[in-house]
Structure formats: C-alpha cells, structure tokens
Write a protein that binds this ligand. Structure first.
Ligand code: APR
Length: 180
C-alpha cells in the first residue's frame, strides 16, 4: 500500500526489515544497544559484528528511550542503521506514546541530516516491548505524516511489518489518512 503526501510517500510492506534495500533501516533497539531478538536480532545477524563494534565505541552510554543513534549498516544493503529506542509499554501513563513518537521523529531527522531519501521502519515497541499495535500504528503514521508535511525534500518512508495482523493495523490507519 502506498500513499502520497505532497512530494513524499508512505508505503507499507509485509516482510523482514533486514532485507530492505533502502538508504536507512531503523532498528528496534534497547537503551543499552546490546542487541536482542526480533528486529534487533535480524538486523545484527544480517549486518555482522562491525555494527555492534561501532555502536559500542561511539555510544558507550547507549541511547535513552525516545531517541535514536546512527551507525553504518555492515553487510546490509543500506547506507545507515538508525537504532531507535522505543518505550516499554507500562499501561499508557508513562509517556509511552510521546516516547514512541519522539524516537520516530529522531530517525526522520537523522535521515534528513544524512541525506537519505528512503527510510524503513519496523513497528517499533510492538513486540517484546508490548505497545498495543493499533495505538502504535496510529501514532507512528501520524508522526511520519506530520514530519513529511513540514518539509520540502521528497522522502520515501516504508513501514515493514512482519505479520499480517500488524500490516492490517497499519493499513487501516494509513487508509484513514488519505482524506485527512
Ligand atoms: N522484520 C520486521 N519486523 C519484525 C522482524 C523483522 N525481521 N522481527 C520481528 N518483527 C516485528 C515484531 O513482530 C513486532 O511487530 O517488529 C515489531 C517490533 O518487535 P521487536 O523487534 O520485539 O521490538 P520492540 O517491541 O521495540 O522491542 C525491543 O526487543 O529485540 C529486543 O533488543 C530489543 O530489547 C529490545 C526489544
């Protein structure tokens, strides 16, 4: 599914984010940048050890929730990895939504800064971090569209959703943006 917003585009695909051929791939990382399962596991497996070596050296203090840091992409077919730290869902009263939107915005800012014309996001926080998928879809897409409408250089933002349920949740939200 693809929707145009001015000169930019948001698209949804179902698949494995570590296989995307695009300027920047977003990792769903933890604050220690220590690697893990899910997206993090797939990305580090595909990228090889150079990425962890780089993030250890450049970000010894890790990265707080709501923020993102950049590294090379190792053996992955991308120029950059943006390691975004989403919030752990704790019921919704711990600024979870704000932190999710903020780590997405940081990735988009990093994309602009590094002259990326394409960026692929996973459904940050909706796996091990248990953020409700519908709420994540609404806020992730809204934050992206808000950003794209506020800037002039064209960008492709691709959400790569692993399973059909997550794809469906994102598709319902993106559809609702067509007439907004
Ligand atoms: N490609 C795309 N999406 C994937 C992939 C993949 N290869 N693997 C899993 N997913 C999906 C999950 O199904 C979920 O919808 O990505 C979404 C995010 O799940 P997680 O990877 O668990 O990310 P998150 O919820 O943000 O939790 C982050 O998990 O792996 C650890 O180190 C990571 O501690 C951190 C935490």
């Amino acid at each position: 599914m693809k929707v145009q917003f001015d000169s930019s585009r948001v698209e949804l695909v179902q698949g494995d984010i570590s296989l995307q051929v695009i300027d920047a791939i977003v990792n769903a990382a933890n604050p220690q940048l220590a690697g893990g399962g899910g997206v993090d596991g797939a990305i580090h497996r595909g990228a090889g050890p150079s990425v962890m070596e780089e993030t250890r050296a450049r970000y010894p203090l890790g990265c707080p929730p709501g923020d993102a840091v950049v590294s090379g992409a190792g053996m992955l077919p991308a120029k950059y990895l943006f390691h975004a730290v989403g919030p752990v869902w704790r019921g919704g009263q711990q600024r979870e939504t704000e932190l999710l939107r903020s780590c997405i915005r940081r990735c988009l800012e990093l994309a602009l800064k590094h002259n990326c014309t394409g960026i692929a996001f996973p459904a940050i926080s909706t796996g091990a971090y248990r953020f409700p998928v519908d709420l994540a879809a609404e806020n992730s897409i809204d934050e992206v569209v808000l950003f794209l409408r506020g800037q002039s250089s064209p960008m492709l933002v691709r959400f790569v959703l692993f399973d059909a349920g997550t794809y469906g949740a994102f598709a319902r939200v993106l559809e609702s943006f067509v007439d907004r």
